[in-house]
Design a protein around this ligand. Structure first.
Ligand code: IDP
Ligand code: MG
Length: 151
């Protein structure tokens, strides 16, 4: 067991569909502690850096547009970026979040109950959550300045 920090992004589909509160409720209920939070208007540069490990995937360009909110009509386009902290937070949050494909995600998970596949075939899977320690460290540095994190 170890105390970890993990990056969560409440994606444009969730902002558009007013799912923010439900996602936060579930994360809070699981006992993790929110130590940073801010709205971000995602630039193309930030989107590309965030997903750089996926740059060779066929859906990469769509993914960049998706996280920038190009597929959702959100006033003052933005997403919500959060850091949660707790015992085994990275794996623990991934379990609450569920599988990448909303149709494969277990019904009790965030993606299983709130996610969908768009008519264009995109995964509207509500949240991003860091996959492992290395990703979490890199993503937290990418999205937050140290002074924005309260520990
Ligand atoms: P994760 O978000 O569960 O960690 P990753 O493999 O890191 O999944 O992929 C990042 C994001 O890329 C996913 O959340 C989803 O939005 C999108 N994605 C992943 N695989 C596919 C796919 O096969 N089709 C369409 N979109 C995908
Ligand atoms: Mg991932």
């Amino acid at each position: 067991m170890s105390i970890e920090k993990t990056l969560i992004l409440i994606k444009p589909d969730a902002i558009f569909r007013k799912l923010t509160g439900l996602v936060l409720y579930r994360l809070d209920n699981a006992g993790f502690e929110m130590i940073a939070a801010k709205t971000v208007s995602v630039t193309e540069e930030l989107a590309r850096k965030h997903y750089e490990a996926l740059k060779d995937k066929p859906f990469f360009e769509e993914l960049v547009k998706f996280i920038m909110g190009k597929f959702h009509n959100i006033p003052r386009n933005r997403i919500l970026a959060l850091i949660y902290k707790g015992e085994n937070a990275i794996q623990g949050v991934r379990e609450i979040v569920g599988a990448t494909n909303p149709e494969d995600a277990m019904p009790h998970t965030i993606r299983g109950s709130l996610g969908k596949i768009s008519t264009k075939g995109l995964f509207e899977n509500v949240v991003h959550a860091s996959g492992n320690r290395e990703d979490a460290e890199r993503e937290i540095k990418l999205w937050f300045n140290p002074e924005e994190i309260i520990e």
